[in-house]
Each structure stands twice: as C-alpha cells, then as structure tokens.
Design a protein. Structure first.
Length: 169
C-alpha cells in the first residue's frame, strides 16, 4: 500500500506536534525561601490566624514567599490584614520593591484593602504578588490606614528590608 506524499507529511507533522506538546514544560514556581513576620499596631495588624483573645495580635506570622519562576523573582505576601476596635477606619498594605540598580517602586494591594463599619474585629485575606523580575534586590512593607471616605492614607508601620534569596549566603 502506497502512502501519498501529502499523507506522509501530515503524519510527520502530527508526530512533531505531539512530541512538542510532551516536551513543553510551562514555567513553574519554586519557593526558594519563606520569611515570616507580623506587623502589630494599636488598631491595625498584619499576620495570620485569628487575633489573640487578650493580646489583640495575630496568633501567627504572615509569609513573604520568594518564588523563582523562569529565572524571575516573584515576592509573594500571604496573610491577613486586621482592624480591631476601630470604627470607620480603612487599612491597606504596600510592597516596596528595591531593584539592583537602585530603582524603588511601590505597589498597593488594592484587593485586600477594606474599611471597618464598626468597632469590632475585621479581617481581609492577603495574597499579593505584584512584581516579577530577575533584578529584585529586596522588599519591605508598609501598613497604612485612613479614615473611611477620606482615603488620605498614612503609614502606621514599616517593616525591615527582606533581601532576595540570591543575595544571601
């Protein structure tokens, strides 16, 4: 039985496509290091878990995960923002990224910012990954608050700097 040249080409092309799909490997994140920390202020906190009954502070630390995706650093902040005993106040968190060339950028997590309608305890989940770059040198965070409706945010607390894993021994 003879196979036409066109049919042969189609079979070969299909085989090449299948092999290409089998060999394709999408970029996958690999967590290189996790830094754990909390931010505790009078009415505003960042951490994880619930607030302690007596202390009013997060029971667990939030996480800064240093993901490496296709040679690019993606610092990822995971945890919770809290407002405790503050009525009509809003809270947000910012990631300040310092690059190897000294350029600094500020990214605000607008998905987790929120306002407390009364003086009870309120929280919002944080899963924030604003940048992807091979040139990230370090990051730090600002916890900010504002009166509801005013949206003139002021910084309540600033963390220390967390260096990218490639900078540490």
């Amino acid at each position: 039985m003879r196979i036409s040249a066109m049919a042969r080409r189609i079979v070969i092309l299909a085989g090449v496509c299948v092999l290409g799909l089998i060999g394709a490997n999408p970029a996958q994140a690999a967590v290189q290091r996790t830094d754990r920390f909390s931010i505790t202020e009078q009415h505003f906190d960042f951490g994880d878990g619930d607030l302690g009954n007596v202390s009013g502070r997060p029971k667990s630390d939030g996480r800064l995960e240093w993901d490496l995706v296709a040679g690019r650093w993606e610092p990822r902040l995971v945890g919770r923002l809290y407002i405790n005993n503050a009525s009509g106040e809003c809270v947000r968190i910012q990631m300040v990224v310092v690059y190897q060339n000294g350029v600094t950028t500020t990214d605000t997590d607008s998905l987790s910012d929120f306002c407390a309608p009364n003086g009870q305890t309120w929280r919002s989940e944080v899963d924030f990954r604003p940048v992807s770059s091979a040139y990230v040198a370090s990051v730090y965070f600002r916890l900010q608050s504002a009166p509801a409706g005013g949206w003139a945010f002021s910084t309540e607390a600033t963390t220390g700097s967390y260096a990218a894993p490639w900078l540490l021994p």
